[in-house]
Design a protein around this ligand. Structure first.
Ligand code: ATP
Ligand code: MG
Length: 418
């Protein structure tokens, strides 16, 4: 026998048995996002590599080592998208959507990063994200954060911690980087290899290190918040007071930076302790320089992306997703088929939130009933010989304590609705 083909490591099949939480997450997010005035945008999965290099930053993990990059048949360098923001900005500029106006977009779909697969970290994963262009003030930052808080509430997710920080403007980050590098120079011999490299290429990312020894070195390191410019400080203070007024709890974490270069001012993450090392379920912030950096006119912007795999994992911990009422039609033999189909179609047109099927498999009525029981069916509609002759249907409730009832076929839908 030839060897069985396998999916690529870190890329998962999501089966119908697992899909309920995904659908609930996506439907709830979609409903809320539309309600907050965001419009859905659907973008290509593949873009020119240059787009990501110019936006995410050449000295980031993503661009340095995580992208799926290849030459197409014309010799152009293309990459599977590792995130959504760059494409949203590219599309906004290309379609001329961002001039002198406020634009709010959301997107969802697969992203690709060649990381080491582990729980909560995959090579194809899914994000739902939102971006708002044209507003510089902190109120929209607060609104995006409030949106995410409402989403957790609607989904019944508790115990997520909101962390916020401000990265200041470009100059404040340059000043801070210099101070951080100077501080860390004295500890070069204690830094891990990754951090040593970043000391030259992207020192801010050292704050993000998952290495425990590096983290302990950072306890006494300079704090970003001591270096931010006055306007960014005001922006951050207003954001905090807006969140306070909405009674939304947060923790200021002056070590919070994002893995992508394009952020300034507000950054935030929602973190859970329930998922082990991969605890960030949503991350976002402000990126006022990116539109100009990619060739558009200077436009303030803020957004976030959440990781669907991690949120689904949390939803699984909360409990089973509600299932629709499952109805099966069974007939005594093939003579009953036209009636089964007719009645099932009537029900399918009226009972839109039910799962309605016909048992086409063989066996006597006892066997068919058994099968229904085993597969979790809630209600069986039986068309036996008598029912066929008398144009009736027998309804049997497998989960509820309701008596088996024989009614006229013309009353079936109405009976099942109650
Ligand atoms: P991390 O520090 O966990 O690598 P990140 O900073 O690379 O995260 P972002 O680029 O901000 O992550 O992506 C936003 C969210 O997408 C993350 O908070 C996480 O929930 C999810 N995410 C990112 N990378 C992966 C992945 N490889 N597998 C599953 N989910 C992911
Ligand atoms: Mg990452």
């Amino acid at each position: 026998m030839s060897e069985k083909l396998q999916a690529i490591r870190g890329m998962n099949d999501i089966l119908p048995t697992q899909i309920a939480h995904w659908q609930r997450l996506e439907a709830t997010a979609q409903r809320l996002l539309n309600g907050y005035g965001f419009g859905e945008i659907r973008l290509p999965l593949i873009e020119k590599t240059e787009l990501f290099a110019r936006s995410i930053g050449a000295a980031t993990d993503i661009v340095e080592k995580e992208m799926y990059t290849f030459d197409d048949r014309n010799g152009d360098s293309l990459s599977l998208r590792p995130e959504g923001t760059a494409s949203v900005v590219r599309a906004g500029i290309q379609q001329g959507l961002l001039h002198n106006t406020i634009c709010k977009f959301w997107y969802s779909g697969p992203m690709f990063r060649h990381e080491r697969p582990q729980k909560g970290r995959y090579r194809q994963f899914h994000q739902i994200g939102a971006e708002c262009f044209g507003l510089a003030g902190p109120a929209i930052d607060a609104e995006l954060i409030l949106f995410t808080a409402q989403l957790w509430q609607e989904l019944g997710l508790q115990g997520l911690e909101l962390q916020i920080n401000s990265l200041g403007d470009r100059q404040s980050r340059i000043n801070f980087k210099a101070a951080l590098v100077e501080y860390l120079q004295d500890y070069r011999d204690q830094l891990d290899a990754d951090s040593l490299r970043r000391l030259e290429t992207n020192p801010l990312r050292i704050l993000d290190s998952k290495n425990a020894q590096t983290q302990s070195l950072l306890i006494k390191a300079p704090s970003l918040l001591d270096y931010i410019d006055t306007e960014s400080r005001d922006h951050f203070e207003t954001l905090k007071s807006l969140l306070d007024q909405q009674q939304l709890l947060y923790r200021v974490n002056d070590r919070l930076v994002r893995g992508l270069d394009y952020y300034n001012r507000t950054v935030f993450e929602w973190i859970t302790t329930e998922l082990g090392a991969q605890g960030t379920v949503c991350a976002g912030g402000r990126y006022d320089g990116l539109v100009e950096q990619l060739g558009g006119r200077a436009t303030p912007a803020v957004g976030f992306a959440m990781g669907e795999e991690r949120l689904v994992e949390l939803l699984l911990q909360v409990g089973e997703a509600p299932k629709p009422t499952h109805l099966t039609f069974i007939g005594f033999d093939d003579q009953a088929l036209p009636t089964l189909l007719k009645l099932a179609q009537q029900c399918r047109h009226q009972l839109l939130d039910h799962r309605i099927e016909i048992d086409y498999q063989g066996g006597n009525m006892g066997k068919k009933l058994n099968r229904a029981n085993k597969t979790g069916v809630d209600i069986v509609v039986i068309i036996g010989g008598d029912e066929l002759a008398e144009q009736t249907a027998t309804v049997k409730f497998l989960r509820e304590k309701r008596p088996q009832t024989t009614i006229s076929q013309s009353q079936l839908v109405e009976f099942l609705e109650t």
